[in-house]
Ligand binder design. Structure first.
Ligand code: GLN
Ligand code: ZN
Length: 760
């Protein structure tokens, strides 16, 4: 029995990679300094894996920005617009981030994780130009005299996640579509099968023993045709490869069409046994090929919880009934880069109990080693008492409430039309009410004062006075701009989830638990370890203060339960929906308090509503149902006259619009400018008849939108939506913008609203 891992974090224990890459972008270091430093960071992580006693150490799993982009550039998949850039490194970064004259490639979420990859655009002269896995293999051998297992995104997943050009119907214009939706899918699979064959042959000629092809797309609901294409792709890709062991690694879910894909013509298959029991059930049902290796994913790469080692050992033992022990390689069940590097910096920061429940990437290496030693050397596994520790964070009262509401119809009783009329009678808003999404620019000063307060450099009183002055300024500004519904500006919040997590019971925050989100951007997800409750009001003070300064309505501003949950690490010992309900109940108390204090509009943001959507279609409905219910539960106590808003930024609404409607918010604000109003089509098709805030300009850019552009988007919306339901707002919060452009943009926005009011 052996061990291996894949996807060990690239960013470095103290985000060293982020720092060097960003200083290269700023021109502070040269290209060779960057490459030298990056190599050092990579070799250090390889050494760490080796020293942890892992038998098969991976290579080619390091990246300066994104591993999908690495794969694209090795095959010369470079959009025409970047080809002018001569330096290959600058070209690489330009594809990821854009350059002066070429917009960046699209970036999107990697499966159901919070990692984002650069979407390959398949066009042009595609060929093998740089065998990265071979180079990485050689470099590590040269430096550490170590045989490694190069890891590459597999051909099926690579093509599956790419976009290809297609001629628009009835036009000469080309548009990009997802590869599987185009008739060129098959063609590109064949084409890449050939290129991968070249890669593998070169590895084989070099004497490489084993290679890992990552195929997470094999866990999606593939059609029969796609499964056949996958098999055919591999037949071609491994032609003539008989001295190099090819391992196909799957993760995040169970293998689709197990009985077919398990027979891929490769030496080994990696399966995830942590996400759920389906892979194991399939092994029991269909068996496992005698001549193949099983890479058994037995420790999580995406949840930060310690593995119950005795339980894992029991499971591994049960595999022996189907697969000879010598054919099993123990591994992580999903890439380790979803976890922070090490738990060490948290010792002394997090409570001892919590430390005893957690395991990050480095600790996973240790777990794998122990599990192997248990079988090969007979060592005893420790008693961990994990459940005993977890039980210390139980809140019986909250659990009782959750089970009560889970069996209860939740949501507001009065139909939207009736409610909306009552609300609008009180609010006395004009046609096309104008508002913003919540945050206003967070200047250097705001961030500094917040940090000073956190570090104890200023008193609570000083801090609160400062926040109040910011609120007063922004209320005055919004009145001057003549916005109709105001916000308090969110100056007290660093992050929309962290802010609430810090005030709720059951959440913990790491000191150094950074996880790569995309490129050099890292996030520190909160850890929900215990039952959630709200000991004290969270937003009341700022919102009521803001409302006291104006006669116009000020929106109460909350982050929704589904978003708080999806942007956190969450526990696995109770169902995810129970946690959503717990958070919803905590928010519900806040909503009650806000309403009592006279707040007439409450916005409950759910930008991550869609993010938790399960990969397998059969599981999506369940998720959407409880997510809708959790949202509704968070506010269904309010009276008809209180208006509930939600906000979702950009989202692919088409497939989920029915559930968006079921959320039954009085007003939902969405992005509409980047997609040129495209998104509204989903709402039209569905006959969506609740209030919609049209996000009329893109806040991700400093550009001030012209009045004509804004007007065009509203006019487009008017084609689809009843004018009495339309609100006008930017497409997201303004916190990353500067004041100057913010004021100018909002001026234009209000002026368009006024013009259209006159006219319509
Ligand atoms: N209310 C939040 C803000 O304005 C919403 C942010 C978001 O949608 N990501 O910042
Ligand atoms: Zn948003």
């Amino acid at each position: 029995m052996k061990t291996t891992v894949y996807g060990y974090p690239k960013i470095g224990e103290n985000r060293e990679l982020k720092k060097v890459v960003e200083s290269y972008w700023k021109g502070e270091i040269t290209k060779s300094q960057l490459l030298e430093k990056a190599q050092e960071i990579n070799l250090n992580r390889v050494k760490k894996v080796l020293e942890a006693g892992i038998d098969i150490v991976p290579s080619n799993d390091f990246s300066l920005y994104d591993f999908v982009l690495d794969t694209a550039t090795m095959f010369n998949v470079i959009p025409e617009r970047f080809k002018k850039i001569e330096d290959s490194l600058d070209l690489y970064f330009a594809m990821a981030r854009g350059s002066d004259d070429a917009i960046a490639c699209e970036m999107t979420k990697w499966f159901d994780t919070n990692y984002h990859y650069v979407v390959p655009e398949l066009a042009g002269d595609i060929k093998l130009v740089k065998n990265r896995p071979l180079e990485s293999y050689k470099k590590i051998k040269e430096n550490l005299s170590l045989e490694t297992k190069p890891v590459i995104v597999g051909p099926f997943t690579f093509v599956y996640l790419s976009k290809v050009y297609r001629r628009q119907e009835g036009s000469i214009l080309m548009e990009m579509v997802k590869a599987p939706e185009s008739e060129k899918f098959e063609y590109f699979l064949d084409y890449f099968a050939d290129l991968y064959n070249q890669v593998l042959r070169q590895l084989q000629d070099e004497g490489v023993k084993v290679v890992q092809l990552d195929e997470p797309a094999f866990v999606l609901d593939l059609s029969d045709k796609e499964v056949d294409l996958a098999l055919r792709t591999y037949q071609k890709a491994v032609e003539g490869i008989d001295k190099l062991d090819v391992i196909v690694q799957t993760y995040y879910e169970s293998l689709s069409s197990y009985e077919k894909l398990i027979n891929l013509p490769v030496k080994g298959i990696g399966l995830d046994f942590v996400s759920n029991t389906e892979n194991f059930e399939n092994i029991k049902r269909y068996g496992f090929p005698k001549d193949k290796l099983l890479v058994a994913g037995v420790v999580s790469g995406r949840d930060p919880w310690k593995t119950d080692l005795k339980q894992a050992a029991e499971f591994i033992k049960s595999l022996f009934d189907y697969i000879p022990q010598e054919n099993i390689i123990l591994s992580n069940a999903s890439p380790l880069f979803h976890l922070p590097v090490s738990l060490k910096p948290e010792v002394g920061h997090l409570s001892e109990d919590l430390i005893n429940l957690l395991s990050f990437a480095d600790e996973r290496l240790e777990e794998l080693k122990l599990l192997k030693q248990h079988f090969t050397e007979g060592i005893d596994l420790p008693d961990q008492n994990l459940q005993n520790i977890r039980d210390r964070y139980k809140n019986e009262e909250v659990r009782k409430l959750v089970s009560f509401y889970k069996n209860q119809e939740v949501g507001r009783k009065t139909p939207f039309k009736e409610r909306y009329k009552k609300q609008m009678d009180i609010l006395k808003l004009p046609l096309f009410p104008t508002t913003t999404i919540g945050s206003f620019p967070q200047t250097q000063e705001v961030r500094k004062v917040r940090a000073d307060y956190k570090a104890g450099r200023i008193t609570e009183k000083e801090y609160k006075e400062f926040i109040k002055s910011q609120i007063a300024n922004v209320i005055k500004l919004q009145e001057e701009l003549d916005l109709d519904v105001l916000v308090h500006g969110e100056f007290e919040r660093t992050d929309m989830v962290e802010f609430f997590g810090e005030k709720l019971e059951g959440f913990a925050f790491t000191k150094n638990g950074w996880v790569q989100s995309y490129g050099t951007r890292c996030v520190r997800p909160p850890i929900i370890y215990g039952d959630v409750s709200r000991p004290n009001p969270m937003t009341l003070e700022e919102i009521t203060y803001a409302q006291s300064l104006t006669n116009r309505p000020v929106k109460g501003m909350l982050t929704g339960p589904v978003t708080i949950l999806n942007w956190s690490f969450y526990r696995k010992d109770i169902p995810k929906e129970d946690i959503a309900y717990q958070i919803a109940l905590a928010l519900r108390q806040e909503v009650i308090d806000l309403e009592k204090a006279g707040i007439k509009i409450i916005q409950i943001d759910e930008p991550a509503f869609r993010e938790g959507l399960p990969l397998k279609k059969s599981k999506q409905e369940h998720y959407l149902n409880w997510a809708v219910n959790a949202f509704k539960l968070s506010h269904d106590t309010v009276k008809d006259e209180t208006q509930i808003h939600t906000h979702m930024c950009y989202s692919e609404f088409n497939e989920i619009i029915e559930y968006i409607y079921k959320m039954d918010a009085d007003v939902i604000s969405i992005e509409a400018s980047r997609s040129k109003g495209e998104i509204l089509g989903a709402f039209e098709k569905f006959n969506y008849d609740h209030g919609i805030g049209i996000g009329v300009y893109d806040i991700h850019s400093p550009r001030v939108p012209r009045e004509e552009e804004i007007e065009e988007i509203v006019r487009r919306a008017l084609r689809y939506i009843d004018k009495n339901l339309i609100w006008i707002n930017p497409d997201c919060g303004l916190k990353t913008r500067d004041w100057d452009e913010t004021v100018k943009s909002l001026k234009n926005m209000v002026s368009v609203a006024k013009k259209l009011r006159e006219e319509l």
